[in-house]
Design a binder for this molecule. Sequence first.
Ligand code: SF4
Length: 623
Amino acid sequence: MKTIIGESKRYLEIDLTSKTWTEFSPPDEDLHDYIGGKGLGLKLIHDRLGARLAEVDPLGPNNILAFMMGVFIGTGAPCSARFAGVTKSPLTGIMVSSSCGGSFGMACKTAGWDGVLVKGKAAVPTVVKLDEFGVLFEDAGDLWGMETGSAQAKLVDNPRKGALVIGPAGENGVLYSVIRSGGRYLGRGGMGTVMGAKNLKAIVATGMSYTIVPAKPEKFKLVNAKAKKMINRNEFVQAYRAYGTNFGVNSGVDTGYAPVRNFRDRTDERCRNLSGEAMVERYHTTHASCAPCTVLCGHKGTYPDGIKRHIPEYETIGLWGGNLMNFDPDIIGVWNDRLNELGIDTISCGATVGWAMEAAEKGLRPSALEFGKTENITALLDDIAYRRGEGVDLALGTKRLAQKYGGLDFAAQVKGLEMAAYDPRAGWGQGLNYAIANRGGCHLNAYPIAMEAIFKFIPQYSKLSKVSWVAFMEDLFSATNSTQTCQFTIFGYILEPPVAKYTPKPLLKLAMTYLPDVAQLVLDWSALSSLVAAITGRNLGMRGFLKCGRRTHVLERHMNVLCGVTSADDTLPGRFLNESQTKHKDLSVVPIGPMVQAYYRKKGYDEHGVPRPQLLRKLHITP
Ligand code: SF4
């Protein structure tokens, strides 16, 4: 087998219209400045579309889909199976990126390709096949129309292969369709819809032509062992490992971030039936994670009908559980399987169904959907994927529905992207995060609810320190998502080094609340930046690594401004600003306006949320 030292620096650019492909290598300074993965994907799209971004129809041939392998893939670094998808979203009309596991990333990287750009539109439904020698275009034939699992099973017929596939939802233009890789999904913003609009059913990579060797193998061995040790001993990682992402359900009930009744309420004792702890007992769960993974958050278990299922993630549980007043974990497992086969984003769809239930209750839109009624949901999922009956409407997502029927105040979305299962009234930093996150109502931008309500490092109902932590964490996550390791590893990287680990928790909390900028100066994520150095040979240092994340985040904001985002979009739906009665003991609404303005100042944006020219220059971003 041939060897790649760190990165091949070889990228494919595929034009579906002309059925042609070319190979290119980005300049070394771009690899240095953006690391790889998400950051480089945004840069490559910006280079190609630039100021024309505003005119690009997300579902037209000019939109570009970038699939970017991270620098960790194939090295054995922690959680190194992941890659990024980046494109202009049909759901939001702005940039969207997603991180995904499954088998595609490894197959593509070991076929010798660090990334794949896809543009144009195929004349007929098509499957793209790539290997170390290049690209073939094949008629999708009877694969078109197939569900994701069956299409994948037909295409991935040996262990060298990995595939990206869409299901009926992507083919039929449901605006929040996903792309599947193995048992994982590029979930947010309708990337599957972009693939479907390009008549692209699947991309299949045949890999294992190359092995990936770090540029500095000895250094890698040392840092990798240290990183794994830190991740393994972290208590939050251990909670993910034991209970999956649903370990967050019980704290959601306690601290009030659980979405209940379309985010009207934020706690309900019955949600505890859906907790990770309850699932472990009920389904005798075992791990079913991305491979390789150090955290092991994924679980599967045996349901009462005898079927082994992947346990739905926390977001799915939240939005199809308490959000719909449904407290039956078995039925959510069935819906989760169906949504995955149809190729539908479980977050956006759950939020949309919740909105439709409330709109019906308020008489805004006639529907048989009702809170607490589950009988008519299973059939509805197929109706959405095939855009028939009520599914025609629901395939549009909450924002478009609310614009059509009224009810924007209770549409749980920002910039058109439905919020994940964290009520922002339970953590004002989470409110700020949703309001300014580049892809819309995204929980993962800076994930402050973890610091506010789950780990309780900073107060929930306070503006203190929130701007600082959101601005810092979104840069750190942007850099992390450019290596493409899993975001869940970050707890190990930043909480296990000596200063954070051995400072008494009350002192740590005080520093994080009252002196956040100082606390950030003493945090240590050098194991992460050292892994990048050992793999690529590019020694960014800890601060340089963070700067790459800031550059990526600001570039994405700049691209969104080109797409038409203004400060008027950086807010929350009225419910979260005005309704404090939520059945939770604490009354709270999010004071969003002052936090957003302070955030702009912190980031170097003007009062309209536009990155200032001197900031772009400092970060080497060409407008
Ligand atoms: S922690 Fe979970 S999401 Fe992250 S790589 Fe592992 S299994 Fe995948």
